[in-house]
Design a protein. Structure first.
Length: 379
């Protein structure tokens, strides 16, 4: 596993000396000369500009002279970011990683970055000097790095700062009342979240080029074990001094060097066991997943079968209802025909009764006529 190191400090003074030392060049300011051209480990230097920065700031002397002229004596000039470069990476890979990292985390945020790579044996690292004052749309240094205003309550009144011990409003050394303030203008790179994100982004950029066993992380070993990124039992390497490294070159193994050799062997065995356990777990998980998939497939088949059975029953019930309706219609027709027959029979009986009555009336009429004719003959 490669070593991770990213440290950020504020630079309030001697920016010319620091910029010259890190770049291995000669700079001048206020009749003072800072010559570090004798440094041989500086293998690459570059200044990367943000969007609105003037092109002349590509020159190191021009850039930091402008910064010194703009800032007050106690103001921050820059942020000094020191980064360890993994020994497993080549110089060209480090250049690519650094440029991508600086673009994403510095220049795209509105700051200028002056970075230099120092290529010492077993100590590859980079220094980044990052400006702290934004540049406006006109290419000028912004008036404010941050600006505070009074915090107001719902009535538009200033909010006093209360001393909890006395319950009264706090005052400063000049007996002036203290009021709560809030930031209305602030640089993103002064926020804690930005620095945390920068540390994470550096690890991610490096891991794109590092093998699995050499991956780095901004987290501590304890945190990585808690997060499940490392197995239980992994130990961090001990600090090895320059003396220990020189002795190792001579073939002499010091106590610190031997401790790291033992730790590497121990971690190697832990990783091997961890990989075996991981493979066994993955096989079990895959087996369980296959079983669950089969169970779910059978369940879907059963649901489809029940759906089809329900459709068939619905069809059968529909056919039965149709038959029942036909039977009801037929029965209704039969009932209707029976009633017609009864009515027709009653009509026929009525007709016969009328004919019988008519015949009886006719017989009585003829009898009366016959009786009348008999009386007439007698007279």
């Amino acid at each position: 596993m490669s070593m991770y190191h990213l440290n950020v400090k504020n630079v309030k003074s001697n920016i010319m000396a620091k910029a010259g030392y890190r770049a291995g060049c000669k700079l001048e300011y206020d009749n003072k000369v800072f010559d570090y051209t004798h440094k041989k480990e500086v293998v690459y230097s570059e200044i990367m500009l943000c969007e609105n920065a003037p092109k002349e700031y590509k020159d190191r002397q021009t850039l930091w002279t402008s910064v010194e002229d703009r800032e007050q004596p106690n103001n921050r000039r820059a942020k000094d970011i020191e980064i360890s470069l993994p020994n497993e990476l080549t110089l060209e890979q480090c250049k690519t990683i650094l440029k991508d990292f600086i673009k994403t985390n510095i220049t795209d945020k509105g700051a200028i970055a002056d970075f230099s790579i120092h290529w010492k044996e077993n100590n590859h690292h980079c220094h980044i000097l990052m400006t702290t004052r934004p540049i406006d749309k006109n290419g000028q240094w912004s008036k404010y790095k941050e600006k505070k205003e009074y915090a107001l309550d719902k009535n538009g009144e200033r909010i006093p700062i209360i001393d909890e011990s006395t319950g009264k409003q706090k005052v400063d050394n000049r007996n002036r009342k203290q009021w709560k303030r809030i930031k209305t203008i602030s640089c993103e790179w002064d926020k804690r979240e930005y620095l945390k994100g920068m540390r994470t982004n550096w690890a991610n950029e490096c891991n794109k080029y590092l093998s699995k066993e050499n991956q780095i992380s901004e987290k501590s070993h304890e945190q990585r074990i808690k997060d499940g990124e490392l197995p239980q039992g992994i130990e961090p390497l001990k600090y090895v001094s320059r003396y220990d490294k020189e002795q190792e070159k001579k073939g002499i193994i010091t106590q610190a060097t031997q401790e790291n050799i033992d730790i590497r062997e121990h971690n190697k065995n832990i990783f091997a066991i961890f990989e075996q356990i991981k493979n066994i777990v993955n096989e079990k998980v895959n087996d369980i997943s296959d079983r669950l998939a089969k169970i779910m497939e059978r369940r879907k088949d059963n649901e489809r079968t029940r759906t089809n059975d329900g459709t068939d029953r619905a069809t059968t019930n529909g056919t039965g209802r149709e038959r029942q309706n036909d039977s009801t219609t037929q029965n209704g027709s039969q009932k209707l025909n029976w009633r017609d027959a009864v009515n027709e029979r009653a009509n026929r009986e009525d007709e016969r009764e009328r004919q019988r009555i008519a015949a009886s009336e006719l017989a009585k009429k003829r009898e009366r006529e016959s009786h009348t004719r008999g009386h007439s003959l007698e007279r």
